[in-house]
Design a protein around this ligand. Structure first.
Ligand SMILES: NC(=O)c1ccc[n+]([C@@H]2O[C@H](COP(=O)([O-])OP(=O)(O)OC[C@H]3O[C@@H](n4cnc5c(N)ncnc54)[C@H](OP(=O)(O)O)[C@@H]3O)[C@@H](O)[C@H]2O)c1
Length: 336
């Protein structure tokens, strides 16, 4: 089958289209004929192998263990492993192809991919393949960040910093859909139209205004851009409120090449033992349950993927360049 090949870590222009054997699903996997897949910042990490510490998370230290990148998929079930009970051939599905942590080549940038049953959910008839592929990892992570990490409750006020990106856009939509009392989205320029469309009550252009100077406090602050230390955000976190630093390496710009954004995140984890605004790790919603909840919100029209552009699989390099240059307005989708 045709697939994007990733033979060594380096700039995104090392990627090329080639031929590999079709994957064989293991007993708990579903073989999906890929109709659409997407690019996002975590695939940039796996392709470049940066920061180096992320290679220890299973993608291979010297070279990638699996040759085909991509973690998000929408398509049709081709075959199922013998232990799979929820899917049958011919059914449309969307979801994630990696188990656990996203910093691994997930095989989705291909004509066929084997994905774990728990990473997939049935695709609503009203959702086309391109839009379904634009959910995947960022939508699943947004649920984790807002519901599990920030312990969001209906009625909370929420500030999202970096609200026009893949993850931030879904955090804004989820906060709105789950009953936030007020959502403030921080990003820049014409991207703020996306933030308003996602449901923010107020948008703030970070290039024109420092949102921490406003006399307003929030129950939840989700800091996707992660360019400033927690101490500068602390004054805007309400009593009993929670601050989550997601961490962003800005496609290598100013990044520590060894640890990336992991240093400050580990520091906050240690500080969470004594600082009430930093929630300690707690219960995580199982992935299947997260996907079911996200799919229900999609079916109700309360979660809507925004697609920037669609590229054929052969144009993976310009697609990745558009992502890392910050030109995307919504998700970038690849079509085999
Ligand atoms: N996306 C995923 O699927 C996923 C999965 C796991 C983990 N993560 C982690 O989550 C992080 C965010 O991912 P993402 O996909 O949402 O990134 P993204 O699409 O690159 O979005 C980041 C947004 O933040 C904005 N921004 C940059 N500097 C800012 C600042 N100083 N203040 C406010 N906004 C600023 C950017 O706008 P500009 O154009 O102005 O720079 C952009 O709109 C990444 O570090 C990633 O590792 C993501």
């Amino acid at each position: 089958m045709r697939a994007v090949l990733h033979d060594r870590y380096g700039p995104v222009d090392l990627l090329r289209l080639g031929e590999v054997p079709e994957p064989e699903p293991s007993p708990d996997e579903v073989l999906v004929r890929v109709a659409a897949t997407s690019v996002h910042v975590d695939v940039w990490h796996t392709v470049t192998g940066l920061p180096y510490a992320l290679r220890l998370m299973g993608n291979g230290v010297r070279a990638p263990r699996r040759r085909v990148p991509g973690t998000d998929v929408a398509g049709t079930v081709e075959a199922v492993g013998e232990a799979v009970t929820r899917f049958r051939p011919g059914q449309r599905v969307w979801g994630e192809t990696v188990r656990g942590i996203q910093w691994r080549n997930g095989g989705a940038w291909a004509e066929l991919v084997a994905a774990p049953e728990d990473g997939l959910v049935a695709c609503d008839d009203a959702l086309d393949d391109t839009a379904a592929a634009a959910l995947g990892t960022p939508a699943v992570l947004a649920y984790d960040v807002l519901v599990d990490q920030a312990r969001f409750r209906a009625g909370d006020s929420v500030l999202v910093n970096g609200a026009a990106g893949a993850l931030g856009g879904y955090v804004v939509q989820l906060a709105r859909a789950l009953g936030a009392s007020r959502v403030v989205g921080v990003d820049a320029g014409d991207r703020l139209d996306l933030v308003r469309a996602a449901g923010a009550d107020v948008t703030v252009d970070y290039r024109a205004e420092d949102v921490t100077r406003r006399l307003e406090r929030y129950d939840v602050v989700v800091d996707v851009a992660s360019t400033r230390p927690f101490r500068e955000w602390r004054p805007v976190v309400a009593d009993g409120g929670r601050y989550i630093r997601v961490g962003h390496d800005h496609y290598g710009r100013g990044m520590n090449r060894i640890t990336g954004s992991m240093g400050p995140i580990l520091g906050l984890l240690a500080a969470s033992l004594v600082v009430p605004e930093l929630p300690r790790p707690g219960r995580t919603t199982p992935r299947r349950e997260r996907l079911d909840r996200l799919a229900a919100l999609v079916a109700e029209g309360r979660l809507r993927p925004v697609v920037d552009r669609t590229y054929p699989l052969a144009d993976v390099v310009p697609a990745m360049q558009r992502l890392q240059e910050g030109r995307a307005r919504g998700r970038i989708v690849l079509v085999p």
